[in-house]
Design a protein around this ligand. Structure first.
Ligand code: GLV
Ligand code: MN
Ligand code: MN
Ligand code: MN
Length: 403
């Protein structure tokens, strides 16, 4: 092994104990928490060890340049944050592979002929503040910085306050067209989040597209009251229409052959012996057809309203984010396929920073087999041999693009 050269699995081992969540299992690595800040430091140190120049952009994304920053840059990377109780690979695999790819290219005496950088995007999962791909969407101008800064975490801490406490300047948040204009191509390596590669018995794939997807908040209101003294006929319990809406989401998704998930429900005040006054419920809906996603949300909204009428409650639905279907750049995908001869092409239902950037710059993704087919859960996995195959594939692709 040459100096600074570490296989991707060794890099992942360095952060294996950062941000573990003993309560949920897996990892909770949320924006501007101690765990996430320490992962940023880890990346900056690993990049510096490789002689890369690290900068933090106004939206707190990290960039590590191999040589001088410049136009038509080849960029690779992913994210280091996680969902609550997530796996070890969603995000960090792409970052560790990017670092390892630099080592592999150097070991091969490769010098990029173009500006070349690794990127780590902030709050990809929206795990703390609810807006997926926050860092890349801010940079691309796809989200209003004032709205973003006002978003709060479950404890009521705003993005602005959390950023300030972590030493970042909230006033710097916002579109960064010059930075985006410098990107020639962006390639993100990611653990596959479904069973596609496991079923094909193949270690590496190239992505074709991402489903249209979005998040909606359903706020049910009723009357908070005592669990023991309030007769059933006197109740206005918002948990009932919320429960009916969870079931409607499943039914509606099945009817439209789409995907709809309620993964988060927050009763207020949240006491066992208290009828809730409010229940916030978040719906995640996805399909390859945008119109189907909208129909699914409309049908679920109608079911929520009907259930509220029955229970004397109200519901207000707020769209929190939406990204139309992404078809990755066909020419770039074909270049990847030429390099990764025989790699299958797979669509995905998962969102990525590469999907957000796809509307501004040519982007592509490389997937690495996940034998469990499980993701956003501690059981997400990638075998060491596949991890290293993925990193070699990424290095080969970058060599071709950055010649
Ligand atoms: C992110 O991984 C998402 O698909 O929500
Ligand atoms: Mn994810
Ligand atoms: Mn991810
Ligand atoms: Mn009492």
């Amino acid at each position: 092994m040459i100096a600074g050269q570490e296989p991707t699995s060794a890099l992942l081992a360095e952060i294996a104990s950062t941000g573990t969540d003993p309560h949920r299992g897996g990892y909770s690595r949320h924006l501007f928490t101690d765990a996430e800040l320490s992962l940023r430091e880890w990346f900056a140190e690993a990049a510096a060890r490789r002689g890369l120049t690290v900068e933090v952009d106004g939206n707190t994304n990290l960039w590590a340049w191999w040589g001088e920053p410049g136009a038509s840059a080849v960029i690779t990377g992913s994210h280091l944050d996680s969902v609550p109780g997530g796996g070890a690979f969603d995000g960090p695999l792409g970052v560790a592979s990017a670092l390892a790819a630099v080592d592999l290219l150097r070991a091969d005496n490769f010098q990029p002929g173009k500006p070349f950088a690794l990127a780590v995007f902030a709050e990809e999962e929206g795990g703390r503040f609810g807006r997926a791909c926050l860092g890349s969407a801010l940079t691309a101008g796809a989200v209003d910085p004032a709205d973003a800064l006002r978003r709060t975490d479950p404890d009521g801490v705003s993005v602005a306050d959390a950023a300030r406490r972590a030493g970042f300047d909230p006033a710097a948040f916002g579109p960064d067209p010059d930075r985006v204009a410098r990107i020639g191509q962006f390639v993100e390596l990611h653990v596959e989040q479904g069973r596609g590669l496991a079923d094909l018995d193949t270690p590496v794939a190239v992505a074709s597209s991402i489903l249209a997807h979005g998040r909606w908040r359903f706020r049910f209101t009723g009357q908070g009251n005592h669990a023991g003294t309030t007769r059933l006929e006197d109740r206005r319990d918002p948990m009932l229409p919320a429960a009916a809406t969870v079931l409607a989401a499943r039914r509606t998704a099945a009817k439209h052959q789409a995907r709809a998930t309620v993964g988060r429900l927050q009763p207020v005040p949240g006491g066992t012996n208290v009828i809730a006054s409010t229940v916030d419920m978040w719906l995640d809906a996805r399909d390859d057809r945008e119109t189907v996603v909208m129909n699914v949300v409309d049908d679920i909204t109608a079911a929520a309203e009907a259930a509220c009428r029955e229970e004397g409650c109200q519901v207000v639905v707020t769209k929190e984010s939406f990204l139309a279907e992404v078809a990755f750049d066909a020419a770039l995908r074909d270049r990847l396929l030429e390099t990764l001869d025989g790699a299958p092409v797979l669509p995905t239902g998962a969102g990525h920073d590469a999907g957000v950037l796809a509307s501004s710059v040519p982007t592509a993704m490389v997937f690495v087999r996940n034998p469990t087919g499980i993701s956003h859960a501690p059981e997400e996995h990638a075998e060491t041999a596949d991890i290293e195959a993925g990193s070699r594939a990424l290095a080969a692709v970058l060599r071709e693009l950055a010649r």
